[in-house]
Structure formats: C-alpha cells, structure tokens
Design a protein around this ligand. Structure first.
Ligand code: ADP
Ligand code: MG
Length: 722
C-alpha cells in the first residue's frame, strides 16, 4: 500500500482550471441569493421590506416569506437546482443538510412546489445529532428555521445543484441545538450593550455590529498518501510516525514560492469561493512543510462564521478534484506546527466607525480607550470561559503543548498601547510618540510602520484595529468561541454602563466618570496583559504568580460551563439556559471520549496489523541471515552485530505489544464507567498517556526496520512527496 500510494502521488496529473478568469466582479456571489438576485427575482416592495426587516433584526411576515420563497425558487430553478436543503450547524462542529426535492408528484405528474413553510421552517428530525439530553426520544423532533440575514446559496456538485438555506437548529421546546442560534442572540446583546456605551460619545449611533475575519490554516497532502494512512482517514491525525530528518527547521517553506500544483488548487478554491460570495483574499505558505493559509476579507460575524463553515466544505470538495486531501485537524503531525484559525474581531457602528480603531493620538481618544479597556477586562474575567470555548481533544495538542499559543489566556497589546495605558492610569497627559518610522532607502516612497507589534505566541492580540483570537483550532466552528467572546464583552459593557451611570447620578461629569471607572478596571485587569514570549517556562511561572489559569486539557477546562461565571455571562443575559449549558458540557465530553476512543482503537489496529508484522518479518530476515551464516560455518562471535540487532528488535516488539495491552485494559475500564465526567477523565488521564509510550516504541522500530519491509507511510513521504 505504501509504495503504491507513493507511485500514484508522483504520477498525478494536475487538473486544468480556467486561469483566465479576470472578471471577478461578475463572478462574485453568482451562486448566492444576495442583493443582485433578490432585486431581479423579488418585487421592489418585497425586496425593500425584506431588507428593512433584516436590518432591524425583526421577524419576516408570512406573506412576505411566501413571496421570497417564490422568488428564491425561480432563481434556483433558473440556475439548474432541482432540490433544496436547510443548511445548519449542529453541535458536531460540521454542517448538516437534509435535501428535499422542489417537485411533488400530483396525479401522476411532477409539479414544482416550494412554500413559505419550506423556506421558513422544517422538521428534519435529525435525532441522531448531539443534543446532550435536551431531546428525549419520544419528542425527538428538531426544527430548522430560516436565517434571512445569511444569503441562501447554490452548492454545485459534479452530480447536481442544490439550493442551501442557512438555518438555525432548535429542539421542540426551543432549546438551541446548534451554534448559529446562540450566536445570533449574542449579536443582539452585544449591539445593545455597545450602542448604549457608544451613546456617551455620539448619541446618534443606533446599532453596533461585530466583524470577523478568519485566517484559516490547513495542510495539503496527496489523496493517495492520505488513503494509505488509516489513522489520518479515521482521526485526521497521525498516531504513529518517526520524525523526518528534515521538518520545518530550515523555515524554507514559510512564505515560499507556492508549488504550482498547490497554486492551482488555491486558485480553483478562490474562484469557487467567489461564486458563493466568500471574499477570499490572501494565500500563502505556512511554516510547516505542506501547510498553507487563506483568509477572506472580514464580514459581519454571522456571515463570516457561515462562510468559514462553507469554506471548509468547499476545500474538501475542491481538494478532491485536485487529488489533494485538505487536513483541517489541529495537529496532523507530531513535532511539526499545528493549525489554527485566527479570529480577527472588532466592533463597527452603523455609521461605519470601527470602535477599535485608535485615532492619531490614542490617549485623547476616550471612546477607543473605553472599548479597549472594557474588552481587556472582559477577557480577564472570562478567560476560563474563552479557554473552554476552544477546547477539544485535537486542540489540546496545540494549547499548552509548547506551541502556538499557550493555554494561558493573556492579552498582547504592543509597546505603544502599553505606554498609553500606563500614562492613562497615572493620569499623565504625555503624548505618545508617533511610532511611524520612516525607512530610509533612497527612491522608495515613505513606508508607514504599523505601531502594533506582532507577537505570534499570544492567544489574544491587539493588531492595529482589531483583536485577534488565535487560540481557536483549525477545524473549529468559529461560532463557539465567538458566542463566548461576544457575550463576555457585552456582559462587561453592561456592567460598565451601570458603573458610569452610578457616578453620573452622583453629579460626576460623564467624561470624568468614564475615566474613573476605566482606571479602576485597569488596576484589576492589567494582570492579563503580557508582551513576552508565551512559550517560555518563565511565563508559566509568572502567570501563576499573577493568578492566571493554565488549563492544559479539555476536560479540565469544560467544567466552567457549570460555574457561576457561565451563569453570569450566559444565563443572566439570556444566551443559554442552565440546561443548554449542561447539554453543551455533556456533548463536548462525549465528543472528547469518542475521539480518544477512536484514536486508541486505530493505534491498536495499526500496531497489530502493520507495525508488529513488519517487525516480525524483519526479525525473520535477520534470523535467516544468521542461519545461513551458521550453515556457512561462521562463528557466533562474528555474527554478534546481527544477533544484537535481532534482540533489540525482538525486545522493542515485545514492549510494544505489552504497552498496547495496557492501553486496551485502561480502555476497558473506562468504557464501563457510566458517569460521563468520570469516563472522560479516565480517557484523558489513563488511556491517552499510553499513546505516547506506544508511539515511542513504534517510532523506534520504524528507525531500525528495513525500509522495504516497513508498511506504514513515513512522515518524509507524507510531507515531502509532491
Ligand atoms: P495577518 O496575517 O497580518 O494577521 P491577514 O491579512 O492574514 O493578516 O488577516 C487579517 C484578517 O483580519 C483578514 O481576514 C482581514 O479581513 C481581517 N480584518 C481586518 N480588519 C478587520 C476588522 N476591523 N475586523 C475584523 N477583521 C478584520
Ligand atoms: Mg493574523
């Protein structure tokens, strides 16, 4: 399998794509029922009414919904779609679809039908999707409901086209079973809270939206190589594999010239994304061999999350066409950088002002400082909740595993803003030096140097006019961390307004009241600010002194869902009920258990069916060679090397088998536990640690065993065969 796969990968032909497409404007969004299509297929009245309702966040009336359904159907049929689906984001982290035909059979004839009902609401049942106990089987109905703020789109597959309608997914009693429903709730909460604070400075602001730009990292490997690694196929990561002689140490991949086969894939992906209205903009090589990144232009947060989910599906689809497998796992290869998803987030008013954009002189810019300091305080207070919002078995390999970024939730703001905050706290009027240095090279235009430095090791960094949540895993549904961030910031802004109003009631001037409250916030929250190297041991020690938490694994972090802090931020503000939080806690634990269980099983299978057979085959080869030597009259002393080697391999194989058996024992013990928390802990503390020991033995064998006999595709082949 191993050698065949390499042969297939090496002889792969690159599919031809139309690289002449230059008319991006005419391509952009052609497969979405966006403004252009709506104008064409809806009457002016309906179009305006829909737009107004969406803007105001209100419910669309039934008669209008019917007219939209009619228009949307005609558009989809004109585009060649024959079926439609509600498209939603259940708590699996993936997207879900259940397709229905536009046609109904009536008196032996197929007739078109797509009612307001089919558009607005469906009952896909979907009882096997995770609900964390929110749905009893006797009332297992789940409902999807149209989200008109995210345009419907047409998904093109080789075999046909389908109209996809973005929806929320809720239970019979209205509990959220997805990421979209709570995200929409946090957006309204945040808008109200931020608008109220904005109104201290400008009372004409009516709405504040969160914007999000998601940088997506991923690995690309040839599909044949992927298919030859059962662990990649079943778990998305390699559970075995000796480090290659060359990994990423030369840093020759980062920002390097993009290989033409990869370039072709990226270009195709960009064209397909454009059609769906996903504004992909940047592409480059990342640090690890075979690792890349793409990022769209930022959008309104709900749309950005939908687009990222859609992008991940699209990557898989386009990858297949190019003979690639796109790996979105947080850590597909040990010893090599993992992948994340930087969530660039900011707040923008209905007048288009970015509230996180400092003016020329940030010190005098009180509105900026207000939001900036409140976000820092929100992050400090809710750090454990934010940590939990990105926790998964896969992301555990990155967070706290000496790689970007650490599990300690800190905020990086750069040296200029650190000085601004210090001066503000001290009540100093000192102006900040403008850091825009000129680069003195003849004949070059002036270059503005951005005055926010970069720090790759920070989980939450301020980068100019936005915060960047970098600890998010590459396969995550960004709705999850964004629900936590939106709610945490909204909760903080509500508290801020109360604090300021209390001072105003005592006859303080508004500006003085704001300053006073902000200063007191800084005092308690600045412990979360950190500018140094987040990977260092010194930071772990320093963070401990400051009282910051360093929760290294998923199981430890999830408990916060059941705490007073979660009540404060989510329950009190109407984002989740206690039951919903508990359900999410259960679902994440279950997910963890299953992922580790699958990893353990495939590890066991690979050791027994691929590694040990190779080891035995090699032992036989060595033994045969000794036998022939004996027959040829060579003394045992002169065969010492071969014999020693044989013994080494024999004992490693023995050890390997023993370690796998220990793991299997732990697994059996864990499986009989009925309490989910206890079971998850058993998997985390007893089963998972065995993986590393098993891997060590197997990787050592890989180093010794004859290359022709070794059966598992090697790291150097996975990463470097192009
Ligand atoms: P970098 O690698 O320097 O972080 P990239 O260009 O790779 O920069 O990605 C930056 C991301 O941040 C892009 O998706 C961009 O659209 C997004 N972004 C820029 N400004 C904002 C903003 N105000 N709000 C949200 N996202 C933003
Ligand atoms: Mg970035």
């Amino acid at each position: 399998m191993r050698f065949k796969a390499i042969q297939v990968a090496q002889s792969r032909t690159i599919p031809q794509i139309n690289t002449d497409v230059t008319d991006i404007p005419s391509l952009f969004g052609i497969n979405t029922f966006g403004k252009e299509a709506m104008k064409e297929y809806l009457s002016k009245d309906v179009y305006e009414s829909v737009n107004k309702t969406i803007k105001a966040g209100k419910t669309i009336q039934r008669d209008i919904a019917q007219k939209v359904a009619d228009g949307m159907k005609r558009w989809a049929l004109d585009k060649g779609a024959i079926s439609f689906t509600h498209w939603f984001q259940p708590l699996t982290g993936l997207t879900a679809e259940k397709h229905d035909s536009f046609y109904e059979v009536w008196e032996g004839k197929a007739i078109e039908k797509f009612s307001a009902n089919s558009l607005s609401q469906q009952e896909p049942d979907a009882s096997s999707l995770p609900s964390g106990g929110l749905r009893n089987t006797f009332e297992a109905r789940g409902y999807t409901a149209w989200d008109p703020s995210s345009p419907a789109f047409i998904m093109e597959k080789a075999s046909g086209k389908t109209l996809c309608i973005p929806t929320i997914f809720v239970s019979y009693h209205g509990e959220a079973l997805d990421y979209k429903a709570p995200l929409l709730k946090t957006m309204a909460l945040l808008s109200n809270a931020a608008t109220a604070v904005c109104n201290y400075f400008d009372n004409t602001v009516k709405h504040v939206g969160a914007s999000l730009g998601i940088e997506q990292e991923y690995f690309l490997i040839d599909r044949a190589l992927y298919d030859a690694r059962p662990d990649l196929v079943l778990t998305g990561r390699t559970v075995l594999g000796q480090s290659p002689a060359k990994g990423q140490q030369l840093e020759d991949h980062y920002f390097g010239a993009i290989p033409s086969r990869v370039f072709n894939f990226m270009y195709d992906l960009e064209l397909e994304s454009m059609k769906l209205g996903i504004p992909l903009r940047t592409r480059h090589n990342e640090v690890a061999p075979g690792q890349y990144e793409c990022a769209p232009m930022f959008e309104e947060i709900n749309l950005a999350v939908d687009h990222n989910q859609l992008l991940m599906d699209l990557m898989e689809e386009v990858g297949r066409k190019h003979g690639f497998k796109v790996l979105l796992h947080e850590k597909p290869f040990a010893g090599i950088n993992g992948s994340g998803k930087h969530n660039n987030w900011s707040l923008i008013t209905d007048k288009g002002n970015n509230l996180l954009s400092p003016g020329n002189d940030p010190l005098s810019n009180l509105q900026f400082l207000t939001f900036f300091i409140n976000i820092i305080k929100a992050f400090d207070y809710s750090a454990p909740l934010l940590r939990a919002s990105i926790a998964s078995a896969a992301n555990d390999h990155r967070l706290g595993a000496n790689e970007a970024p650490p599990a300690i939730m800190s905020v990086f703001i750069g040296s200029t803003l650190t000085k601004v905050l210090n001066d503000f706290e001290a009540g100093k009027k000192s102006k900040t030096e403008n850091d825009n240095k000129k680069i003195n090279i003849h004949n070059l235009p002036d270059i503005l140097v951005d005055n926010t430095d970069r720090n790759r090791t920070s989980p939450f960094a301020f980068t100019g006019n936005k915060f960047e949540f970098r600890a998010v895993g590459s396969s995550e549904n960004c709705g999850r961390p964004m629900i936590a961030l939106n709610a945490a910031v909204a909760n903080q802004l509500i508290a801020f307004k109360k604090d300021v109003d209390a001072l105003i009631a005592k006859k303080k001037k508004t500006e003085d009241a704001i300053k006073e409250v902000l200063k007191s916030y800084l005092k308690t929250s600045k412990k979360v600010l950190f500018e140094g190297n987040g990977y260092s041991d010194e930071w772990a020690a320093e963070a401990k002194k400051r009282g910051l938490e360093n929760i290294k694994n998923t199981i430890g972090s999830l408990e916060i869902y059941l705490s007073k802090m979660a009540d404060d931020i989510f329950v009190k503000n109407g984002i989740f009920t206690k039951e919903e939080l508990h359900a999410r806690y259960e679902i994440k634990l279950e997910d963890y258990i299953k992922k580790i269980q699958i990893e353990g099983r495939i590890l066991e299978e690979m050791v027994y069916t691929l590694v040990i057979p190779a080891a035995i085959e090699y032992q036989k080869k060595l033994a045969d060679s000794c036998n022939s030597s004996v027959n040829a009259g060579i003394s045992k002393k002169n065969m010492k090397q071969t014999l020693d080697f044989l013994e080494e391999i024999w004992s490693l194989t023995e050890m390997l088998k023993k370690e796998v058996d220990i793991m299997v024992e732990h697994r059996k013990k864990a499986n009989v536990l009925t309490d989910t928390t206890k079971k998850a802990k058993a998997y985390c503390n007893n089963v998972k640690p065995c993986f590393d020991i098993i891997r060590k033995c197997s990787d050592k064998l890989e180093r010794y065993i004859d290359n022709d006999i070794w059966k598992v595709l090697k790291y150097r082949e996975l990463l470097f065969v192009k």
